[in-house]
Design a protein around this ligand. Structure first.
Ligand code: PLP
Length: 422
C-alpha cells in the first residue's frame, strides 16, 4: 500500500497549527466520509460535529456532486474568464446566486474561497469610492471576534489579535468595534470621519470568534447607520450562507439589504474550493456602465467551470432536499440538547439557537485553572466526535443533514468530555 502511515514523519505543514507539536505526534488521517460520519485509517468512525471547517452543509459523500464534477471536467476542464471569456457553469451559478441574494440588482464575482473574496470586496469598495471621486474613503470598520480570512486585507480586518502578530505593519486604515454595540459603531464612524470610511464588515452570526448572534435590532441599526453616513455595508456570509442559518445568505434572517455579500464554504459544501461576492447594482454601476473603469483585480481561477459545476450540484441538493427548512429543525435540536450544558461547572455560557452553530464557553475560573478546550476536544474525539477547540471553549457546527440521534450523541459526548477534564 502507498498509504502513508499515521506515525511516519511527513513534510506536510499543517497551517493554523503548532508543528512543534503536530509533527511529533501521530496524525489523525481522515480516510473516508459519508453523511455526517468520518472514518480514520483504522476504520474507526467519528461524527463530524463541525462540517469540516464550517463548510460541508450537505454532508459528505454526495456522489451526485462527484458526477457533476466528472461530467464538467471531461467536457471543459477549465478556461479562464478574463476579457469576454465565459463558461456555462460560471454563468449559471452567478444567475442562481444573484437571483436569491438579498442585494439589489445583484452582480456576482467568483473566487476560490472566503479570504480571497473578502480582499476582493474590500478592493471593490475602495475602487468604487475612488471612481466616485471619493478616494479618501478607505477606512474599514469590523467587529470584535470578527473573522474575515487571513489574506492580506483580511488579516488587517480581523477582530482577533492572535492572528495579527508577527506580520509587521498591517493595513493602517482599519478599526474594530464591539460586536453588539450600535453606539460604538457610530462613535467610531464619527471619530474616523464618515468621509474617510469605505465600508463596515460583519458576519450575520460571528462564527470562529465564538458564535455570537446579533442582539435584536442590531443589523437594522447597522443598515441605518451605513446609509446615514454613506458607508458600504458588507456582509461576510462565508459561514452563514447556504443553509447554516436556514436560508440562502444568513442575513435575510435580520431583514436587511447590504451592498455586498461575501460567500464561500457552503456554496459548494467544500467539495471544490469556491467563493465569491454578490455586489449591488449601484456599486457595480461605475464598473459596468461608465467607460474606463475595469476592476483592477481578479484571479486565475475565477469562475472555474469545474468548481462551479460542483456548486450547482450542491445547490440542487440543498433545494431538492429542502435543507434550509431542515436546518431550522437541526438548529432547534442543537439548541435543545446543548442548553442543559450551561449548568456544567466548567461552562460559563452556551450560545446556540441562531443557525446550525453553537459555542460552549468555559468559565474564566476553569480556564485560569489550566483546563483547556484542546483537552476536551481530545476526549471527545477519542469517543468518536469531532468538535472545534478555540481558546475559550468549543464550537459546534454539524452538517445540515445531521439527525436527532447524531445531535444527541454529539452532546452527550461533549458532556462526557467536560466531565473527563473537570
Ligand atoms: N470569513 C469567515 C466568516 C470565515 O469563517 C472564513 C473562514 O473560516 C473566511 C472568511 C475565510 O475563508 P477561507 O478560509 O476560505 O479563506
Amino acid at each position: 500500500q502507498n498509504q502513508p502511515k499515521a506515525l511516519e514523519p511527513s513534510r506536510y505543514w499543517h497551517t493554523f497549527s503548532d508543528m512543534n507539536v503536530v509533527s511529533k505526534g501521530p496524525k489523525f488521517v481522515v480516510a473516508r466520509a459519508e453523511g455526517a460520519w468520518l472514518w480514520d485509517e483504522a476504520g474507526d468512525r467519528f461524527l463530524d460535529g463541525t462540517s469540516s471547517l464550517w463548510y460541508c452543509n450537505v454532508g459528505h459523500g454526495r456522489v451526485e456532486i462527484a458526477e457533476a464534477v466528472y461530467k464538467q471536467m471531461t467536457s471543459l476542464d477549465a478556461f479562464a474568464t478574463y476579457g469576454d471569456f465565459a463558461n456555462v457553469p460560471a454563468l449559471a451559478l452567478s444567475e442562481r446566486i444573484g437571483a436569491h441574494a438579498p442585494v439589489a440588482d445583484a452582480r456576482v464575482v467568483l473566487t476560490c474561497g472566503g479570504g480571497e473574496s473578502i480582499d476582493s470586496a474590500a478592493k471593490i469598495a475602495r475602487q468604487y469610492w475612488s471612481v466616485r471621486g471619493r478616494p479618501e474613503k478607505v477606512h474599514f470598520i469590523t467587529r470584535t471576534g470578527g473573522y474575515h480570512g487571513l489574506n492580506g486585507i483580511g488579516t488587517s480586518l480581523i477582530g482577533m489579535e492572535r492572528f495579527q502578530a508577527g506580520y509587521g505593519p498591517l493595513l493602517a486604515d482599519t478599526s474594530v468595534v464591539p460586536h453588539d454595540s450600535l453606539e460604538a459603531l457610530e462613535a467610531e464612524i464619527l471619530r474616523i470621519g464618515p468621509e474617510n470610511v469605505a465600508a463596515f464588515f460583519a458576519e450575520p452570526v460571528i462564527g470562529s470568534g465564538g458564535v455570537h448572534a446579533p442582539v435584536d435590532g442590531y443589523f437594522a441599526g447597522v443598515s441605518e447607520l451605513c446609509k446615514q453616513y454613506g458607508i458600504l455595508f458588507i456582509v461576510d456570509s462565508v459561514i452563514c450562507a447556504f443553509g447554516r442559518l436556514g436560508n440562502w445568505f444568513g442575513i435575510e434572517r435580520f431583514g436587511v439589504t447590504p451592498d455586498m455579500i461575501v460567500f464561500a464554504k457552503g456554496v459548494s459544501s467544500g467539495y471544490l474550493p469556491l467563493g465569491g461576492i454578490v455586489v449591488s447594482g449601484e456599486i457595480a454601476e461605475p464598473f459596468w456602465n461608465e467607460p474606463g473603469n475595469p476592476l483592477h483585480h481578479g484571479t486565475t481561477y475565477a469562475g472555474h467551470p469545474t468548481a462551479c459545476a460542483a456548486a450547482l450540484a450542491n445547490l440542487d441538493i440543498l433545494e431538492r432536499e429542502d435543507l434550509f427548512t431542515v436546518a431550522l429543525e437541526v438548529e432547534a435540536w442543537l439548541d435543545y440538547a446543548l442548553r442543559p450544558l450551561a449548568d456544567h461547572p466548567l461552562v460559563r455560557e452556551v450560545r446556540s439557537g441562531t443557525g446550525v452553530m453553537a459555542a460552549v464557553e468555559f468559565t474564566p475560573e476553569a480556564l485560569a485553572s489550566g483546563i483547556t478546550s484542546a483537552e476536551v476536544f481530545t476526549e471527545c474525539r477519542a469517543r468518536g466526535v469531532v468538535l472545534r477547540a478555540v481558546p475559550t471553549g468549543l464550537l459546534v457546527s454539524p452538517p445540515l443533514i445531521t439527525t436527532w440521534e447524531q445531535i444527541d450523541h454529539l452532546v452527550s459526548t461533549l458532556r462526557y468530555g467536560l466531565d473527563a477534564v473537570a
